[in-house]
Design a protein around this ligand. Sequence first.
Ligand code: GUN
Ligand code: FE
Length: 457
Amino acid sequence: MANSEGSSGPVTHVFRGTFIHSTPETALQVLEDALLGVDTAGKISFIGKGENLLELSQKFGFNPSDVNQLAQHEFFMPGMIDTHIHASQYSYAGTALDMPLLQWLNTYTFPVESHFKDLEFAKKVYTQVVKRTLRNGTTTACYFATIHTDASLLLGQIANDFGQRALVGKVCMDRNNSVKHYRETVQESVDETHRFIKELLNKKYPLVKPVVTPRFAPSCTEALLEQLGTIAKNNNLHIQSHISENIDELKLVKELFPDSETYTDIYHKFNLLTDKTIMAHGCHLSDKELTVFRETGTSLSHCPNSNVSLCSGILDARNVLNHKVKLGLGTDVAGGYSSSILDAVRRTLDASKVLTIQNPQHQTLTFEEVFRLATLGGSQALSLDDQIGNFEIGKDFDALRVNVAARGGPIDLHKVDHLTSYSLFPPICPLKGDDRNIVEVFVAGRKVVPCEDLALE
Ligand code: GUN
Ligand code: FE
């Protein structure tokens, strides 16, 4: 570990202890007895060795006695990144998982989402989801809201107020035959998307950005998809949608878009596949389609809880990685019943092991690779890896202080002679731990958990 320095302002916090993170070369790197400095802008100004404390303190102008020392069973890891979550579906997460996707949307999802016209209701649910996901260690969330512009703006405001980094999408959909009051005309969708982008950008929230959000091809006409592609391009914005989640959905897409050879072609045709696009699921994408993803820089959000809960399919994440497509993890609340990326880590491992059970030749994802997907992979999927994802100098300090032995937590530590305590830490916490082990959460250097306002109602 080299001592390096960034070009930053005065150092305001220095932490000493174990730091665990990923790099493009190393899926999981453990830095023991490291020193990490954070500047006034919330960026990492240096990372060095504990033994060089005096030298670093002189160089960066901090008092060695101000160093915040981690306790014996603590470590820092990068904040986790949820690349796909429906904030508006948080109100019924954990229920209503008795139908496949298309029936589930018509029966539960569209009726619930239509309630977000009511700003009081929206405020309540959006406050809960932001607080809960922060508490679970999600420092960055890529949210779907609903078609309602004012409620979507409110979600942006709430994320900003609680200090979460967020991409927020006002959902666009001009086709919905089952819940007719929950759809827009093309013109309404386009006008409201313009208004949403303009008003959200005008707020100048430092960590919250708008994302152009066609719900998925079956909810949108070609006319709408075309306009949304243009809006994203003209404003250089992120785009998010769903693709190839479930077999009945693929059949419907073929009926609705008979001229397109593949599902991927539909989005591609309307300039919706870019290096700032995140597509959720992709369980049934062909290798040819994955190649288009790589060529366009489009990323995939792997949502294993949802894929199993709605009986949609099992994404072969190894194949996605072999195609060099950017991949992050998503909870897909409420298709997924858990709002925790730790849950997504476990489900990703399970899904990969199921594929190995079915085919022993399958190369199972390792724990280390999945840890990287939850952190650095997510940042790459959202094209934010120049700002977040690991503990590189110059990136924002988005971090979780984890205590493996947190009082009242779910882990009982055992002394295992042939393992050092630190070599035991990385796997044990994501696999057995939960939010009780996440004792502090930082976003851009600001401590957002614990926070008095964050006491859950
Ligand atoms: N496809 C279109 N809309 C949705 C949604 O809300 N959830 C999931 N899982 N898939 C979708
Ligand atoms: Fe989804």
